[in-house]
Design a protein around this ligand. Sequence first.
Ligand code: SAH
Ligand code: DHB
Ligand code: MG
Length: 218
Amino acid sequence: MAEHGMDQIDAYIRDLFVPADPVLDAALHDMKAGGLPTIQVPPELGRLLAILVRTSGAQRILEIGTLGGYSAIWMARALPPDGHLLSLELDPHHADVARGNLARAGLAERVEIRVGAALELLPTLLAEPPFDMVFIDADKPSYPQYLDWALRLVRPRGLIVGDNTLRGGAVLDPADDGARAIDRFNRAAAANPRLDAIILPNRSGNDGMLIAVVREAA
Ligand code: SAH
Ligand code: DHB
Ligand code: MG
């Protein structure tokens, strides 16, 4: 059997399903120019997030970890015109770059970025209507607490999604502290009777996306 490098297969998927997109390319350019790290979701997972938004009919999305707004653009584009995405970001410079990128994408009305530590902002959201989907993608040690908050803030039948849930395989490494927290997050999601969850491994970065749906209240 012919050997195909991972890069060729990745390129095959990407070229087929996620063609060049000037707005996303400009966002990546401004992130780089602004000195932001290149840790946004890969295009394949941007597409997956958009598919989850559309299939679930989500109208209110919460994102934890904005960076330059790349994943926010993917999700917000998949919202209905009156939909809303709230994204929490610790770093004000990241938030500024993201706001510029979202404005260029024509999504400024649909997306709000709040600056602060997510664990301080999340309790204030209890006063707002529940979310249809929560996307967790900020600091990895806090993932177990973000799951607890997501469970409090998402409606029954809503979605909880977590990026980087395999950490390039480090999730199996007992010596990697960040990965220990991700492992606790994964185990808590798997064991929670309110959730049906799975990790979808992805080739880019040898990582994984956890996808969970919240069951109806018993
Ligand atoms: N979702 C983005 C990537 C997010 S990267 C995308 O795919 O495009 C993680 C982001 O979380 C970084 O911008 C980082 O500044 C932010 N972050 C780190 N700790 C945080 C915290 N305690 N609260 C909120 N955001 C945090
Ligand atoms: C890191 C964070 C991310 O959200 C990601 O997708 C990749 C890497 C990081 O902090 O190293
Ligand atoms: Mg991530």
